[in-house]
Design a protein around this ligand. Structure first.
Ligand code: SAM
Length: 300
């Protein structure tokens, strides 16, 4: 079983939808318990989308280690973080080949990368030098056993953003929506290389149960993707809604092709209808996600 690969263009396309979806109250609760100069470990960091959203919210000097198996995504992370920082007027320096420094007003962000296969985690992670372990769009890929090993090794906050929860709603509805959703859920449970069935929509409940059993206090909150060509919360979301919806629809249809042959024609008709609706700006979708925060210890 090999590592699930993620396309750079897809990560780029989803970034603004992720940013508007993440739950701010839960992130604030994480930020409130971090020390003066927090060290964060971002698992499955991709191109650093979570850092770009969370670092300004932390708003003070901080250090990040971005972990991913894909070296090219991590290289793109340095370039993207540097470009976006310069766009908002922050100086960027590179004190050595492994480190990027973003000179943000509240204090510098020190960023390093670690190419590592998370299947072997937590053994290959620098946990003793970490004040919080964070991730985004990772936990629905992992297995229950993997999560249990991670929880057993952690004594610091764990923040897992954007876990799919299976509450998908297409607007307008289509008679084949339920069949497509069932096929998509089956695909989400496919082993993604983490030693067992992927958690998919069960991720939030699995994190809550696993970390609570280790004495953590766990909270979760909705962080749904909203894709709609009209009435979007930001011009970027409006501009990219068509492309984003197209990727979602194609992804669902692809998953549906692995379903049993019965009902195939109906599922293909779903795809044609959805693509036609996107072309005339007549499709919107809400894709259910939840963010989770697990803090060590019982509530005060
Ligand atoms: C859905 S992407 C999320 C990326 C990023 N966190 C974001 O929110 O944009 C999942 C990430 O997990 C990484 N990944 C998947 N399996 C992995 C593994 N076994 N070891 C390390 N990274 C892995 C992928 O390379 C990808 O960057």
């Amino acid at each position: 079983m090999t590592t699930e690969e993620f396309d750079l263009e897809w990560l780029d396309l989803r970034e603004p939808f992720d940013a508007f979806a993440r739950n701010e109250a839960l992130a604030d609760a994480l930020v409130a318990v971090l020390p003066a100069r927090p060290r964060l470990l971002d698992l499955g960091a991709g191109t650093g989308s979570l850092l770009r959203w969370l670092a300004p919210r932390i708003g003070r000097a901080q250090a990040w280690t971005l972990v991913d198996a894909d070296r090219l995504l991590l290289e793109a992370a340095f370039d993207t973080i540097a470009d976006r920082a310069e766009q908002v007027g922050y100086a960027v320096t590179v004190p050595n080949k492994r480190t990027l420094l973003v000179h943000a007003p509240g204090g510098a962000w020190r960023i390093e990368t670690l190419v590592a296969d998370l299947v072997e985690a937590p053994q290959n992670l620098p946990l003793p030098n970490t004040d919080a372990v964070v991730c985004s769009a990772l936990c629905d890929l992992v297995s229950r056993a993997w999560l249990a090993r991670l929880a057993a090794a952690l004594r610091v906050p764990f923040y897992a953003s954007l876990n799919v929860d299976g509450r998908d709603r297409w607007m307008p509805p289509h008679p084949a929506d339920a069949a497509i959703a069932a096929a998509f859920r089956r695909d989400q449970a496919r082993d993604k290389g983490f030693g067992g069935t992927a958690l998919g929509p069960a991720a939030t409940a699995a994190i809550a149960a696993t970390f609570a059993a280790r004495g953590f206090t766990v909270r979760s909150a909705p962080s749904d993707w909203l894709a709609r060509p009209r009435g979007a919360a930001h011009p970027l979301l409006r501009e990219h809604a068509g492309r984003f919806l197209t990727e979602l629809v194609l992804g669902h249809a692809e998953a549906a092709r692995a379903a049993p042959p019965r009902g195939h024609a109906r599922r293909e008709a779903w795809l044609d209808t959805r693509l036609d609706q996107i072309a005339i700006g007549n499709l919107a979708a809400r894709i259910g996600h939840r963010d989770v925060l697990a803090l060590p210890g019982k509530p005060a």
